[in-house]
Design a protein around this ligand. Structure first.
Ligand code: NAP
Length: 286
């Protein structure tokens, strides 16, 4: 069994990104990320702070716009439109979840597809589904990078993704389908889940239920990717019961230190990609 060290892989990617950002800076270009944070959800505050910290370490200009529950949808959309027009902003992220009074999908639909570095907009999701991938959501992209880093075979493998959420499960399933995996996408209404997960060569779990997946759900020698982040009594747990599952696996990601660190760095990579694409397009126009 090998533990896949997400922190280490993220640092490798971070070092490569730093070189690309330094190259851009030599041409007086600084990648920019516009962040919209609405309300004061403590977890969102931490996620945004971490994203801004990594941006600052790498030399990406992060601009945070805060809104509260008293603001209107129109005010948030106006800020998104401003970011869309702003030449210094290459990527826009609307930190999810928004307070329930706001229509999240409607708000996100205003983000330009070229700057939708979260990959949650309908254009980028449609591009993924039609196997014409453009911007891919950071968490599934990070998981793909981890599998590739460890040379884990995707083509022809049976991947079971448990959890069909829009941020992780659905895009993950399609991303691996696009690479020739046989994919089963399970969710809360799936019958006989254990029988299905026990067939997985690669089992990816994103449900948000601490230590739900125990050794009975896992085939000997499987690769297990644990996306869950669940806080119980102040401690962080994945969706996988690491202690019982790890000995059965060939590879497994820990929580913390697995998928989490990859997510932030892939977001920044999406910003740098968007910045370079814009530069290339501007260059070809001149
Ligand atoms: P979500 O949108 O709420 O989706 C959860 C999915 O899990 C749904 O499809 C749900 O089924 C399914 N589900 C729930 N309980 C289940 C069960 N017992 N058996 C089978 N399926 C079940 O959640 P999400 O945004 O994808 O997040 C999932 C987890 O990943 C959370 O812990 C979140 O914090 C974590 N996460 C981590 C990162 C990271 O960077 N590490 C990034 C994003 C999310 P239905 O569709 O039938 O409701």
């Amino acid at each position: 069994m090998k533990i896949i060290d997400g922190k280490l892989i993220a640092v490798e990617i971070q070092n490569k990104l730093k070189l690309r950002i330094d190259e851009l800076k030599k041409k007086n270009i600084t990648p920019g990320l516009g962040i919209i944070l609405v309300g004061n959800d403590p977890a969102s505050e931490i996620y945004v702070r971490n994203k801004m910290r990594v941006c600052s370490e790498l030399g990406v200009n992060a601009v945070l716009c805060r809104f509260n529950e008293e603001n209107t949808e129109e005010e948030i959309i106006k800020q998104i439109e401003e970011f869309n027009q702003n030449e210094e902003i290459d990527g826009i992220l609307v930190q999810s979840p928004l307070p329930s009074k706001f229509a999240e999908e409607k708000i996100i639909s205003h983000v330009s597809p070229l700057k939708d570095v979260d990959g949650f907009g309908i254009y980028n999701l449609g591009a993924l589904l039609s196997n014409q991938e453009k911007i891919i959501a950071a968490t599934p992209l990070g998981i793909l990078k981890m599998l590739e880093h460890e040379n884990i075979r995707i083509e022809g493998s049976h991947v079971v993704v448990v959890g069909a959420g829009l941020i992780v499960g659905r895009p993950m399933a399609v991303l691996l389908l696009n690479r020739g995996a046989t994919v089963t996408l399970a969710h809360s209404k799936t019958q006989n889940l254990k029988e299905i997960t026990r067939q997985a060569d690669i089992l990816i779990v994103a449900i948000g239920d601490a230590r739900f997946i125990t050794d009975e759900y896992v085939k000997d020698g499987a690769v297990v990717i644990d996306v869950g982040t669940n806080r119980v009594d102040g401690k962080l747990y994945g969706d996988v019961d690491f202690l019982s599952v790890a000995p059965k696996t060939s590879y497994i990601t820990p929580v913390p230190g697995g998928v989490g660190p990859m997510t932030i760095i892939m977001l920044i990579q999406n910003v740098v990609d968007a910045c370079e694409r814009k530069r290339d397009e501007n260059g070809s126009k001149n």
